[in-house]
Design a protein. Structure first.
Ligand SMILES: Cc1ncc(C[n+]2csc(CCOP(=O)(O)OP(=O)(O)O)c2C)c(N)n1
Ligand code: SF4
Ligand code: SF4
Ligand code: SF4
Ligand SMILES: [Mg+2]
Lengths: 393, 309, 96
């Protein structure tokens, strides 16, 4: 029988880290991730892991130390949020281009200014082009499960890329939920042993990490990195299935809810998907054919799966919890809309911004978004591509 | 420290074929320091002339495991590597003894990398940090750093009608290192192979953080002839602008006392970057320079227990 | 100079796995002057070896002998000549 515990999202990930028992963790505290780092520090202090914990003086150094440690040839983890992730920005790109399988938990939090400690997705969306795999979690259970899977995905020889596993700050990170946990041995067997590919600590084969590329090689290196991240979708799917066999909880790139016969759908990330389910159930009761597409894997963007799931629909409401200032819509909207350009049939798509800086979203907001989308489709013309939920005028 | 002939038997860790300028002081320092290591070495390097010129893809001049990732983080990077080494040793996955070293220019050390270096010192990792100090940002074309001396011309402290080059004195990073209470801190120069290799050997043998601040001239930025590299570096020592000393577990020791303390002018006049100071308008700066050096030198002598009795 | 490789031929991660292969890159053609050795004057102190920024001094470390300059790499900086304590052992001459 699976063991069930009461964990908030931070505790769930800290516990997964304990079971993974990585060689090195380098991390710096920031709300709302702090609790995760504190818990891990306790595991270290109590001798419950034999990981080396580097208590760095900043997130820039956290990621730098992770890069050094991963290049040295072992398993490395960290965690951060918001401004911490922003401070790592330079190093995120470098971790990915060196093909280092670092696993990082991010509690999504608004990026300043004004400074705000609550949830939105500005932080990881800002890092969406850095070359990392991005897995979103809907709740603490998924944060736990995704963290364990992330190790196996990142370390797969066909992947060897860093992964961020995200969870919504406070909404998931600080809400205690029921979480089913695996046995330590099960986790250990699932992730297996790790062997670095070109370890710096191999004195017989000295490697140069991070040379300078002039215009004669940079482009080729980037091309091979494009290939690497594009190729990892099947691995994410395979690991999701294997995890399902182990835990009974199957994971896919994305997850549909009542989509089969739906005409309208919302597309969302993270905890909002739970809220959206309620909205959909209530609209279904009123006879509306609505559904939800939850994006678990945002990078690489599972274009084909998105087309397959959304192309048959009439209208889509894409919910974005972060802004791309001056752009045409939020990050999720632009991706979804672009993917559907080549679809056999193209639904109408409206972008709804919501929840910035931790503003609550309610099922009624999502119902409203779906109703608006339906109206637009019925009118046959989109007058306003971008709209807002839960905002005072 | 073994004599040069013994050092020459050690593996060649930085090879020929690198593209640092002819007569650059940095590779002299790095070669000597690495020759002083009696065990294998793994290195991290901050962005800068040394890094760029030794690893132009697809060529590397490093015969040792080496990593560069960015400008401000060589210390954090090497502590990651060193920590993984300890993790693997603890788990019985590795048994060799390895030295860890980080190289950074003065920009990467005094300025943008100081935070990460301070953090690494405070955490107490066993690693040697080498600042090859050419007193400006050379790789990007000679901009001032906080290691640039008073009055020096650089492209961001140009000499103009109202400004005489750099208007601030340099930061004393060696003393900042000492204030971290790390077990070994030293200043050296490439022009004195014995001093440098002795200190490097001590640094490698230190069970904890060790810091070597090595003045290493850049003939392009300092504006001197490549063949004068050793002379110019040595003059900095003989003018007491760059004293050779070490601080071992808090104990100061002067490792070289110039027979006669030369006036700073002798160092200034052999470098193009200070030529304007010899014009009547700016001569007063030479006096300020001298006064500053005198004061610092006296302080150091006192710390080293060398004050005139 | 090596052939430029296509992206599929590159080691993942932008790494260089051939340690010290900069030796394939000859810097000798940077010289405008070159050091010439007069072996008769040389006292084999190894100062030139110690101070050469480019490792361009060939020595027999076992025998303790300075042998020659490696003109494949010597950039002609003149540091060895300046450091040499034996008068006349190293002379800098214009490169032709
Ligand atoms: C974050 C960041 N800021 C600026 C730069 C540009 N940059 C590269 S090297 C360098 C100066 C290096 O100076 P120093 O550390 O003294 O080394 P040197 O080149 O003088 O040997 C600068 C400003 C950079 N690479 N990264
Ligand atoms: S610019 Fe200066 S520091 Fe850089 S390689 Fe040339 S001489 Fe050396
Ligand atoms: S420095 Fe002069 S004397 Fe000494 S080994 Fe070299 S050539 Fe011979
Ligand atoms: S001239 Fe310069 S590069 Fe050539 S051997 Fe002498 S020191 Fe080395
Ligand atoms: Mg410099």
């Amino acid at each position: 029988m699976a063991k069930v515990v009461g964990f908030n999202g931070n505790a769930a990930v800290a516990y997964a880290m304990k079971q993974i028992n990585p060689d090195v963790v380098a991390a710096y505290p920031i709300t709302p991730q702090t609790d995760c780092v504190e818990r891990f520090a306790e595991y270290v202090s109590e001798g419950l892991v034999d990981s080396e914990f580097i208590t760095v003086e900043s997130e820039h150094s956290a990621m730098s130390a992770c890069i050094g440690a991963a290049a040295a040839g072992g398993r490395v983890m960290t965690a951060t949020a918001a401004n911490g992730l922003a401070l790592m920005w330079e190093m995120l790109y470098i971790a990915a281009s060196m093909r280092l399988p670092i696993v990082m938990m991010v509690t999504n939090r608004a990026l300043s200014g004004n400074i705000n400690i609550h949830c939105d997705h500005a932080d990881t969306m800002g890092a969406r082009d850095a070359g990392w795999i991005h897995l979103f979690s809907e709740n603490a259970q998924e944060a736990y499960d995704n963290t364990i899977q992330a190790i196996k995905i990142a370390e797969d020889l066909g992947v060897r890329l860093p992964i961020m596993v995200t969870q919504d700050g406070f909404i998931i990170s600080h809400a205690v939920e029921r979480v089913e946990i695996l046995e330590d041995e099960e986790v250990k067997n699932f992730i297996g042993a790790y062997k670095g590919r070109y370890p710096l600590l191999d004195l017989n084969n000295p490697v140069t990490y991070g040379p300078i590329d002039l215009f004669d090689y940079y482009f080729e290196h980037k091309r091979s990195q494009i290939e690497a991240i594009d190729n990892c979708l099947p691995v994410i799917e395979r690991v999701g299935k294997e995890f399902g066999e182990l835990s009974g909880r199957n994971y896919e790139l994305l997850e549909g809810y009542r989509l089969e016969d739906a005409e309208y759908a919302v597309v969302a990330l993270g905890s909002t998907c739970g809220t959206a389910r309620e909205a959909i159930d209530s609209l279904r009761e009123k006879g509306k054919k609505v559904g939800l597409l939850k994006m678990r894997c945002f990078r690489p963007f599972p274009r084909e799966s998105v087309i397959e799931a959304l192309s048959p629909l009439k209208g889509i409401a894409v919910l974005d919890r972060s802004v791309s200032f001056g752009g045409f819509g939020g990050p999720l909207f632009t991706e979804v809309r672009s993917a559907l350009y080549d679809a056999p049939s193209r639904p109408s798509i409206i972008n709804f911004f919501y929840g910035l800086g931790g503003r609550d979203i309610y099922p009624e907001d999502i119902e409203k978004a779906l109703e608006k989308t339906e109206e637009v489709v019925k009118a046959g013309k989109i007058e306003q591509h971008i709209d807002y939920l839960g905002l005072r005028e | 420290m073994p004599p040069l002939k013994e050092l020459a038997k050690r593996p060649e860790r930085l090879t020929s074929g690198h593209r640092l300028c002819a007569g650059c002081g940095a590779p002299i320092a790095i070669r000597l320091i690495l020759a002083a290591a009696d065990k294998p070495v793994v290195a991290a390097n901050a962005t800068g002339c040394l890094e760029v010129s030794t690893t132009i893809f697809p060529y590397t001049a490093w015969n040792i495991p080496w990593i560069h990732s960015a400008f401000e983080n060589a210390a954090a990077t090497i502590t990651g590597v060193e920590t993984m080494y300890r993790a693997k040793k603890k788990r019985g996955e590795i048994d060799e003894d390895i030295y860890f070293v980080a190289f950074g220019g003065d920009g990467g050390t005094y300025d943008i990398g100081l935070q990460s270096l301070s953090g690494a010192w405070e955490r107490g990792h066993r690693f040697v940090y080498v600042c090859y100090n050419n007193e400006a940002y050379m790789n990007t074309g000679i901009q001032r750093s906080s290691a640039t001396p008073l009055g020096a011309w650089t492209t961001t402290s140009p000499v103009g009608k109202v400004l005489p080059g750099k208007t601030q004195w340099r930061k004393n990073l060696t003393e900042i290192a000492v204030a971290h209470d790390i077990p070994y801190v030293a200043q050296s120069v490439p022009s004195n192979w014995r001093d440098l290799t002795l200190k490097a050997e001590k640094a490698f043998h230190t069970e904890g953080p060790a810091f070597l601040n090595v003045l290493a001239s850049c003939n392009r930025g300092w504006r001197h002839l490549p063949a004068d590299t050793l002379k110019v570096n040595q003059l900095a020592v003989d003018c007491c602008i760059w004293p050779l000393y070490e601080v071992e577990n808090g104990e100061y020791r002067l490792t070289y006392k110039p027979r006669e303390k030369k006036p700073v002018e002798e160092w200034l006049k052999v470098q193009g970057r200070f030529q304007h100071l010899f014009s009547p308008a700016y001569r007063y700066l030479i006096d300020e320079f001298q006064a500053y050096v005198d004061r610092e030198w006296e302080r150091l002598l006192e710390k080293c227990g060398e004050t005139k009795k | 100079m090596s052939e430029l490789k296509g992206w599929k031929e590159l080691v993942p991660g932008g790494l260089i796995v051939e340690a010290g292969n900069a030796k394939e890159y000859k810097t000798g053609d940077w010289r405008t002057e070159k050091p010439e050795l007069n072996p008769e004057k040389c006292i084999h102190c190894f100062f030139c070896w110690a101070y050469c920024p480019d490792n361009a001094v060939i020595v027999d470390a076992e025998a303790g002998k300075m042998l020659a300059f490696n003109y494949d790499y010597c950039k002609g900086c003149g540091i060895c000549a300046a450091a040499c304590p034996a008068k006349g052992a190293i002379t800098m001459v214009p490169e032709r």
